[in-house]
Ligand binder design. Structure first.
Ligand code: CMP
Length: 145
């Protein structure tokens, strides 16, 4: 039937641990609401030091997280499909803590704006909890490394 056909197939949806507790309909609605952005290799998705008003979920490809301190540039992490980034500035109001650069031929990211995240967190507190938990782990690993 047309309705069944219009719905994305499960295997076509990326696996995103952050949203694993989200009901399937809400997950699909999120993909319909948020723009999917594509970046070629080397494309700069986030610039360190700028203001942040969205966070990103990797639907395809890979990114490098790079921090510049004075003249020194250091790679903090590489993230692949299903991972997310850009949550720190959004949760803290601080400037972007690092730059994020596409590390594959084409990286596709779902851009989730602050108001969309706020609505999602209200309806699904487990998403907000998961986001804070991941964020804490990153902050800790930054202190340790
Ligand atoms: P934000 O500060 O908004 O922008 C840069 C992003 O890089 C940051 O959010 C995190 O999502 C990500 N990031 C910063 N430090 C790390 C880290 N140690 N490991 C993984 N990701 C990081």
């Amino acid at each position: 039937e047309p309705i069944a056909e219009a719905a994305p197939q499960d295997e076509a949806l990326p696996k995103i641990p952050l949203f694993s507790d989200l009901p399937r309909d809400a997950f699909i609605a999120l993909f319909e609401r948020c723009p999917l952005r594509r970046f070629p290799e080397g494309g700069r998705i986030i610039e360190q030091g700028t203001k942040g008003d969205a966070f990103y979920v990797i639907c395809a490809g890979r990114v490098r997280i790079v921090r510049q301190t004075g003249a020194e540039q250091r790679e903090l992490a590489q993230l692949g499909e299903g991972a997310f980034f850009g949550e720190m500035a959004l949760l803290s109001g601080a400037p972007r803590s690092a730059s994020v650069v596409s590390a594959s031929e084409e990286t596709q990211v779902l851009e989730i704006s602050a108001p969309v995240l706020a609505g999602l967190s209200r309806s699904y507190p487990q998403v907000a909890r998961a986001l804070r938990r991941f964020c804490r782990q990153r902050l800790l690993s930054d202190v340790v490394n």
